[in-house]
Design a protein. Structure first.
Ligand code: NZQ
Ligand code: ZN
Length: 385
């Protein structure tokens, strides 16, 4: 097993009715920036619950953090935090709002142009404005990790950043909030979390047996509850297992001591930046092609996955191949289209465009063995058309 450090200071407050604890979780006397998205929190009553539990605090509201949050929007909040001398930020929303708040938190005291946090991928290790979250959409794991993804609208770049100062102080995760989610977002949540596990599991055989078994446990659970929770989000047993699986998929635990990939995400982010395709759907487009193109690197692990997750039998080659087909089948069950041409008809130069961007950024070898070269990226994207 590889050496590792496990640091995760987020206080995860999970379950029905946990919103009541908000008053105790927020620092006493803090002036709060309440940050949220396009208004779903007004329709499902979460805004009212938050306000009721923050009585006595001075609150400044910042609305309009869009899906795939924009740097340009977030910089307006940075200005407000500085002008209004905000002490604490509360993110109420899905991955986009939480990621947006991570950027605001890091940018306020950043010495330099905050766009560098994205373009130079600056690690934020100190001087972040403290923040907490109320999660409304299980998917990204952002509620219990220190990473985030922000889009620069002017250049259409979607870039990841993070750092140890960007863990939420607390996250309230109440599975009943998923009842107001559109089916599409529930489907997205399952497939995003599933792919997070795949990025950390589907590499090559290693000595992290426990990490593998935990990863497989999350995959099994998502396969079991995913299709059902989309149809019955009011079922607490389904909702709670779905929500906890999403958090566990990307709170750092299963990544410790083992290799990880993340190339599907890096390529997928480009499809969102170019065509506005939902994050999870870009993963359903790219993942299966990546597994095929990188078959020799991933074959042994694909076979383990096929045997343990889908009970497949046969030679290593056969099981590995069939495991990819089963994954695509699962994505279809979860309502995903898995080809780029299902989303846009203007896809012809996508591969060249992405390769050029990666080249400019110096990303010459992605993946667990840095062998997803630019040629491979081209092949993967073209196979996804
Ligand atoms: O903006 P509002 O009105 O709130 O509506 C949102 C939004 O339109 C709506 N929604 C959220 N909770 C709801 C709800 N509607 C009804 N009821 C509720 N309870 O859902 C829509 C999508 O929200 P968004 O936050 O964009 O979705 P998600 O949580 O999937 O986040 C996606 C973003 O997270 C990034 C993605 O790249 C993307 O930008 N990721 C962040 C990661 C991280 N920080 O670790 C890892 C992921 O791989 C991912 O890259
Ligand atoms: Zn993701």
């Amino acid at each position: 097993m590889l050496n590792f450090e496990l640091y995760n200071p987020t206080n995860l407050v999970f379950g029905k009715g946990q919103m009541e604890k908000l008053a105790d979780l927020v620092p006493k006397g803090a002036k709060i920036l309440l940050a949220y998205g396009g208004g779903s929190i007004f329709k499902n009553g979460i805004h009212e619950q938050v306000i009721n539990n923050l009585k006595g605090h001075e609150i400044v509201e910042f609305s309009g953090i869009e899906p795939n949050p924009h740097f340009e929007t977030l910089m307006k909040a940075v200005a407000i935090v500085k002008e209004q001398k905000i002490d604490f930020i509360l993110a109420v929303g899905g991955g986009s709002v939480i990621d947006g708040v991570k950027f605001i938190s890091g940018a306020v005291n950043y010495q330099g142009d905050p766009i560098e946090i994205l373009q130079k991928r600056i690690l934020i290790k100190e001087n972040a404005v403290p923040f907490g979250t109320v999660l409304t959409l299980p998917a990204t794991g952002s509620e219990m990790n220190s990473g985030a993804v922000v889009t620069i609208e002017s250049t259409k770049e979607k870039l990841a950043f993070g750092g140890s100062a960007l863990f939420p102080k607390f996250s309230i995760t109440d599975p009943t909030v998923i009842q107001s989610l559109p089916k599409r977002q529930l489907q997205n949540g399952v497939v995003d979390a599933y792919t997070h596990v795949m990025e950390q599991y589907l590499t090559y055989p290693h000595e992290g047996h426990l990490q593998d078994r935990i990863a497989e446990g999350i995959l099994h659970t998502l396969i079991e509850v995913g299709p059902k929770v989309v149809e019955d989000p009011a079922n607490y047993e389904l909702a709670s297992n779905f929500m906890w699986s999403c958090t566990m998929a990307l709170n750092g635990l299963i990544q410790k001591g083992v290799p990880s990939d993340w190339a599907t995400h890096m390529i997928g982010h480009e499809l969102t930046a170019m065509y506005g395709i939902d994050h999870a759907r870009t993963l359903a487009i790219i993942g299966p092609s990546l597994y095929k193109v990188m078959f020799e690197t991933k074959k042994a692990k694909l076979a383990q996955y096929g045997k343990r997750i889908f009970n497949l039998e046969g030679t290593e080659e056969e099981v590995a191949n069939e495991a990819i087909n089963k994954t695509v089948e699962f994505f279809h069950t979860m309502g995903m289209d898995t080809k780029l041409s299902d989303y846009t008809k203007e896809y012809n130069n996508t591969a060249e465009f992405i390769v050029k961007r990666f080249e400019e950024r110096g990303w010459k070898g992605l993946g667990e063995k840095q062998n997803v070269t630019l040629e491979k990226v081209k092949e993967i994207v073209e196979m996804s058309y």
